[in-house]
Write a protein that binds this ligand. Sequence first.
Ligand code: UT7
Length: 334
Amino acid sequence: MSTNNKINASITGVGMYVPEKILDNAYFESIVNTNSEWIVSRTGIRERRIIENGATSDLATGALKDLMEKHNLQADEIDVIIVATVTPDMFFPATACLVQDNIKAKNAWGFDLSAACSGFLFAFQTGCSLIESGRYKKVVVIGADKMSAISDYTDRNTCILFGDAASAVLLEPTFDTSIGFQDSLLHIDGQGKDVLYMKGGGSLNPATHETVDKKMHYIYQDGKPVFKAAVVGMADISFEVMQKNNLTGDDIAYLVPHQANLRIIDATAKRMGIGNDKVMINIDKYGNTTAATIPLCLTEYYRDGKLKKGDKLILSAFGAGYTWGATYLVWGMD
Ligand code: UT7
């Protein structure tokens, strides 16, 4: 065990919530001009989950309750709740407040963080910094998105891509600096604003009949440029964080990539020099659940017994903004 006075933030609990309702590729064949073969070969997606009654706070609360049950965490022990999302229940109050009230975490403060598909990585860095500061002992970071709320189910370019889900991690301090959060490289570049956005409903284009008629309250994505930027962005940043920490592909137990497109994930793994057996994948089951994809992978692989203490992980994401980044984490749970 390496110790000094430095406090590291380590994941000590995980939880997830995916709605029961499944939309498979055959369903999309029945509503838009697409086919399962195209969807699987271009994206890797076979199914996604959709919440029928409920909002993002319900997804997030479900994930946090799952974490609390499995890891014996009491609501009043929680110091901070951070919810990464681009589909908050409302502009305000923050989804974090709704989650706090649902579980009656009477000693917590918290906030929402908006960084689209990189939301979890940005919130994770923030949560780790709060732990490292020494001021907080239990910080919950939740990635939650109800993408079905902003998906246009007449637009085959986007509706096939997204699903609803939430997943949560608990961060706690450790003096064992060989585990937990080690490093991260995060970026934003507003040049991406013209190719991936939802323009309606904000202060730029407040909701009117016209914004509704023009479908401005749905996701717009120009897939090609986003794909190109994502392939380069995610691969480069993952490689960069490895190099900075003197890691080779052999050192890495898993790449934990944002699940937007299997081809982007493959390109990232290739650049890092790691084989497909060391890449966490669940895009086939859930599609792109935006801020939820990375913690959802961690939770499922941990529960399947595929993660062990000391495993070196690279978490990597690219999303709207643009936002992107990579995090080096050493798994701390048995
Ligand atoms: O998570 C946040 C960041 N987002 C991403 O990382 C997503 C990045 N982009 C992508 O993953 C890909 O661009 C998509 C999966 C969205 C699209 O794949 P693509 O290989 O880039 O296809 P494309 O947009 O260039 O479209 C190729 C063709 C077009 O037809 P034409 O113009 O060549 O006749 C599309 O109209 O495929 C057509 N197409 C479809 N065909 C069947 C688009 N969507 C569909 C569909 N089914 N659902």
